[in-house]
Design a protein around this ligand. Structure first.
Ligand code: BES
Ligand code: MN
Ligand code: ZN
Length: 502
């Protein structure tokens, strides 16, 4: 896929060559001056007339008509040099590769040097390039009978660079690819419909990545889940003919099993709402209710590739939420693994129930820090819209680490408050310790507060991705459908994690 070369010559034959353009007064200095000469100064003219623009994310395709070896040049507008960041460069590459895919270009060369600035070195640029390429060209195959082959796109890159360390650049390219591939796996899991992705299927998938990366895997079957007393998780599964699975993956990157990070992902393969049934429009799309599980598994894949010096336990409670003669009902009182009893007021508030036992179980496996990810509430969409993941925490220092990772991943998160009076609403049942649905006011907050009851004193961050797990529209780094959101944030968080002093 990637080839690194040191000397670019204008005579080199390529389908297309990619060049970055900074917005600066004297255009086509250095290497690009030669290129301009090949076109008898016409490039300078195009810039002057505004036909060739260095505006950020402006992509200009130019046919070379045999004047140089490459058939086409893709100029990528990078804006002002001082304003370019790693994140922005990744977006610009994303937009470029989507266009190249649409044009069915299969071979490309890139002048890496044209993308470098004071803030961005060759390794950053290589990482941004491969991550953006992997993300932006993702395609879910789907199930159409008629030819649904993946569309053609670049499958061979030549990277021209002045840097003498080819190995380092290759490694940076591989890191970007690992991040992209983890996200794409998560997207595919989310895009697969509920009839084709049951809890058993997710468990099998988790086992397969465990085998691939040497993780320890533990898949709890219904009997074991019963023995452990996970009454909250079981209640949600009660109406289903599909068996539940509590999926645990362990990655040990340190000598001792200490400072363990628990990643917990909601794995509801389809959410009907149960007896608190969803509307006929509200139910469509509920195959995506395992987006948290997908993000955790995608992150574990990246962790398996990059092998950071950290300890991670991933816990995924998986089931669908169905209706039948045996389903759980509003008014039921159930007992969670922690011993806390819960009055069920709404069977559609099922995510917090399965997460309650999963959080407890993560602690049993030694998790000393917790991050849960869940398509938890429509309320978070009301609060923050479709582009921002809602976050809550009981530990600001842990939150800062997650926030830092999310900014690097360009997966924005925003903190919602967790005050005593909302905690009290979760504890307001007359007949049980907790209730699962204290009313619609601030319901993203009370959902998070409910999970916090099970995290207890363990530092914990909650991420509600109900609005961000899918996108109705195409965007620079991916197509409409599942986004794989939080996969990269979780992986970066784990990679950069520093234990908090107690
Ligand atoms: N899975 C849903 C949340 C959801 C909504 C995800 C929209 C993706 C898109 C969750 O289980 C749910 O039903 N939440 C209810 C909670 C309510 C009953 C307190 C909600 O948000 O309406
Ligand atoms: Mn629900
Ligand atoms: Zn749900």
């Amino acid at each position: 896929m990637f080839k690194i070369e040191n000397h670019f010559q204008l005579s080199k034959q390529h389908e297309s060559i990619i060049i970055g353009l900074f917005d600066k007064p004297e255009k086509f200095g250095g290497d690009l001056a030669q290129l301009d000469e090949s076109f008898s100064g016409q490039l300078t003219e195009l810039v002057k007339s505004g036909d060739l623009s260095a505006k950020f994310k402006n992509i200009n395709k130019l046919h070379t008509l045999g004047k140089i070896g490459a058939k086409r040049i893709y100029f990528v507008g990078l804006g002002k040099e001082k304003d370019l960041t790693f994140e922005k460069l990744r977006d610009a590459f994303g937009k470029l590769f989507k266009q190249m895919k649409a044009a069915k270009i299969e071979e490309a060369a890139i002048l890496l040097g044209s993308f470098l600035s004071e803030k961005i070195d060759s390794l950053d640029a290589a990482h941004a390039l491969s991550e953006a390429f992997t993300l932006a060209t993702y395609q879910f195959e789907g199930y159409k009978q008629k030819s649904n082959e993946p569309e053609k796109t670049v499958n061979s890159f030549t990277i021209y660079t002045d840097s003498t360390d080819k190995e380092e650049i290759l490694a940076a390219l591989e890191v970007g690819q690992a991040f992209g591939n983890g996200v794409n796996s998560a997207r595919t899991l989310v895009n697969i419909p509920g009839n084709l992705l049951t809890a058993t299927d997710i468990a099998n998938y988790a086992s397969s990545i465990a085998a691939q990366y040497g993780f320890e895997a533990e898949i709890l079957e219904k009997e074991e889940i019963q023995k452990l007393g996970m009454g909250a998780f079981l209640a949600v599964n009660q109406g289903s003919s599909e068996p539940p699975k509590m999926i645990v993956l362990k990655y040990q990157g340190k000598e001792q099993w200490n400072d363990v990070i628990g990643l917990v992902g909601k794995g509801i393969t389809f959410d009907t709402g149960g007896y608190s049934i969803k509307t006929k429009t509200g139910i469509v799309g509920m195959k995506t209710d395992m987006g948290g599980a997908a993000a955790v598994l995608g992150a574990m894949q990246i962790i398996g590739e990059l092998k950071p010096e950290q300890n991670v336990v991933a816990v995924i409670p998986s089931t669908d939420n169905m209706i039948s003669g045996s389903a759980f009902k509003p008014d039921d009182v159930i007992t969670s693994m922690s011993g806390k009893t819960i009055e069920v007021l709404n069977t559609d508030a099922e995510g917090r129930l399965v997460l309650a036992d999963a959080v407890t179980y993560a602690k049993h496996h030694g998790a000393e820090y917790l991050v849960d990810v869940a398509t938890l509430t429509g309320g978070v969409i009301t609060a923050l819209g479709l582009y921002t993941t809602g976050a809550m925490t009981n530990n600001e220092r842990l939150y800062e680490q997650v926030l830092e990772a999310s900014m690097e991943a360009s997966e924005p998160i925003w903190q919602l408050p967790l005050f005593e009076r909302d905690k009290e609403r979760v504890r307001s049942s007359k007949i049980a310790d907790l209730n699962n649905s204290p009313g619609r006011e601030g319901h993203a907050i009370v959902a998070g507060a409910f999970i916090g009851e099970f995290a207890e004193n363990t530092p914990w961050v909650h991420l509600d991705i109900a609005g961000t797990a899918t996108s109705a529209k195409d965007y620079d780094l991916g197509p409409a459908g599942a986004t794989g959101v939080m996969t990269r944030t979780l992986a970066l968080f784990v990679e950069q994690f520093e234990p908090i002093e107690k």
